[in-house]
Design a protein around this ligand. Structure first.
Ligand code: AOS
Ligand code: ZN
Ligand code: ZN
Length: 426
C-alpha cells in the first residue's frame, strides 16, 4: 500500500503546473457559464468496478506472457484493486468470478475490504468451462443445454454464485452465456432460446429481491455460427420476461464492427433496462483492450447518452453498474486499468460539458452542422486538468500511471509474489 505521505511526495513536483492548467480551464469554462468544480465533483463520485480477472496478464490461445507479481488469491486481488483506488480514487469495487475467486476466509476478506475502502460489486458465473469433478460437461451448452440435468447443474452454479456473493455483500449477478452453435442445424434456435429463458427464470426466482441480474450479450465467440444471446434485443426480451430486477449489460467489445453502440445505450435507457457496462476497447470484436484507446469519440458519445438520460426526468432507468472487462498480453494490467479509468473519466467530463440546451435547440430546428459542432466542441476540449483535480481531491495521484511507475509498484509486487506468479483469469 502507498502511504499518504508517499502520494503527497509524488504529487508535489507536479502541483504548480497542475494548478496553472486547472485555473486556466476553470476560467475558460466560467466564461461559458460552466462550473469546473461541479464537473470535478461528478468525477470524484464516479466509480468503476475492477474485475478480479483483469489483474493478471490474459493472453490469447497462442500464448501468454506473465509479467510477474500477479495476485495469487482473492486477498492479493483485493490488495491490487485497493492500490488502484489509492492512486485514482475511482475504483472502489471489485467484481468476482466464481469459481476463480471462491471466498475462504470471509471475516478476513471483509477486514481487508474495510482497510482498502472497497466493496464487492458483482459476481460473475462461469458455465463456459468445465470444472474438475463436475458431473456434466458444458461442451454443448449450459443454461440452454438439451438435457435437463445439465441445465440444472448450470442453474445451481448460478445460485451458488449468488450465495457466495451474499456472504460478501454483493448485490448483482452477471450472466454471460457462452452457449451457442458452430454449424447450421446443430441447434434448434427457438428451443435453445426457450430453454435459456426457463433456466434464467429459475435463477431469477432464487435471487434475493434486492439483487439484480445482468444479462450480457455477444454476437460470436466462443461459438461462430450462432450464440443463444447474440444481441441486445435478445437480452432485452429475456429481461422483460423475467421482471424488474433483470437488466441488460452492454460490453463495448460485444458488437459487430461499426455498430452504433451509443444508440443501443439510448434505446435501453428509453426502455429502462440498461443495467450495466463492461468497458473495454475494441477494433474488431471482443478485443478487451484499453477503454477509449482506439475509439475515444465513440466512448464520448456513449457518455453523452448517459448524461442526457440522467437529466431527462421522463427516463426511469435503474442505476447503471460500471465495470471494466479487459485482458492484456502486452501491458502491465494495472497500468492498463489506470489508463482505462482515465479515459472513462475524460469521456464523462466531456459529456458533462456538452451545452445540452443549445444541442437540444439545434436538434429541434434540424441544424445539423450546429448540433455536430456542439458535440465536437465538448469532445475536443482538453479536460485532463479536471480529471487530475478529481484524483487530487480524492487523495490520489495527479498522474496515476507515472506515480505507479515512480513508486516501483510492479517491482515490489514481483519481490513479494515472485516472478512466476500467475493469476487466475482469462
Ligand atoms: C466474455 O466475453 C464476457 O465479456 C464476460 O463478461 C467476461 O469476460 C467473462 O465473464 C469473464 O468471466
Ligand atoms: Zn464482458
Ligand atoms: Zn467479452
Amino acid at each position: 500500500m502507498l502511504t499518504v505521505q508517499r502520494l503527497h511526495d509524488l504529487n508535489q513536483p507536479l502541483l504548480a503546473e497542475h494548478q496553472l492548467q486547472f485555473s486556466y480551464l476553470a476560467d475558460l469554462l466560467s466564461r461559458r457559464h460552466q462550473d469546473a468544480q461541479a464537473v470535478v465533483r461528478e468525477l470524484v463520485k464516479f466509480q468503476v468496478a475492477i474485475p478480479s480477472w483483469a489483474l493478471g496478464t490474459g493472453g490469447t490461445r497462442f500464448g501468454r506472457f506473465p509479467l510477474g507479481g500477479e495476485p495469487r488469491n482473492l486477498e492479493e486481488k483485493i490488495g491490487d484493486v485497493g492500490l488502484l483506488h489509492q492512486l485514482n480514487g475511482s475504483s472502489n469495487s471489485i467484481s468476482l468470478h466464481i469459481p476463480w475467486d471462491i471466498p475462504q476466509d470471509i471475516a478476513g476478506l471483509e477486514q481487508l475490504q474495510r482497510e482498502y475502502g472497497l466493496v464487492i460489486d458483482s459476481v460473475n458465473s462461469n458455465t463456459f468451462q468445465d470444472q474438475p469433478g463436475q458431473p456434466f460437461s458444458y461442451k454443448f451448452g449450459s443454461l440452454s443445454h438439451t438435457e435437463q440435468a445439465v441445465r440444472q447443474q448450470a442453474i445451481q452454479h448460478n445460485i451458488d454464485c449468488i450465495n457466495y456473493g451474499r456472504q460478501l455483500g454483493a448485490r448483482t449477478l452477471t450472466v454471460w452465456l457462452a452457449d451457442g452453435s458452430n454449424f447450421p442445424g446443430q441447434q434448434h434456435l427457438r428451443r435453445a432460446y426457450r430453454r435459456t429463458q426457463e433456466s434464467l427464470a429459475a435463477i431469477y426466482e432464487a435471487m434475493p429481491s434486492d439483487w439484480q441480474l445482468l444479462i450480457e450479450y455477444k454476437p460470436y465467440e466462443p461459438h461462430f455460427y450462432s450464440m443463444v444471446i447474440p444481441d441486445w434485443g435478445t437480452s432485452y426480451s429475456l429481461c422483460q420476461s423475467l421482471g424488474q430486477n433483470a437488466n441488460v449489460l452492454v460490453d463495448l467489445g460485444h458488437h459487430l464492427p461499426n455498430t452504433n453502440i451509443e444508440q443501443i445505450v439510448g434505446r435501453l435507457q428509453q426502455f429502462g433496462r440498461l443495467g450495466g457496462f463492461h468497458f473495454n476497447g475494441s477494433m474488431y470484436g471482443d478485443d478487451d483492450l484499453t477503454t477509449g484507446s482506439s475509439k475515444p469519440f465513440q466512448l464520448f458519445l456513449i457518455f453523452n447518452e448517459l448524461v442526457d438520460a440522467a437529466r431527462d426526468t421522463s427516463v426511469t432507468n435503474p442505476l447503471v453498474a460500471y465495470m471494466i472487462d479487459a485482458s492484456h498480453n502486452t501491458k502491465d494490467p494495472l497500468e492498463d486499468l489506470l489508463q482505462s479509468i482515465e479515459n472513462i473519466l475524460g469521456a464523462y467530463a466531456k459529456a458533462l460539458l456538452v451545452d445540452r440546451e443549445a444541442l437540444h435547440e439545434a436538434q429541434e430546428t434540424n441544424d445539423v452542422v450546429r448540433a455536430e459542432e456542439i458535440l465536437r466542441d465538448a469532445f475536443l476540449l482538453d479536460v485532463r486538468p479536471l480529471v487530475a483535480e478529481a484524483y487530487r481531491q480524492s487523495g490520489g495521484a495527479l498522474k496515476p500511471v507515472a506515480a505507479y511507475r515512480a513508486a516501483g509498484v510492479r517491482e515490489q509486487l514481483i519481490q513479494q509474489r515472485g516472478k512466476l506468479s500467475v493469476s487466475t483469469g482469462l
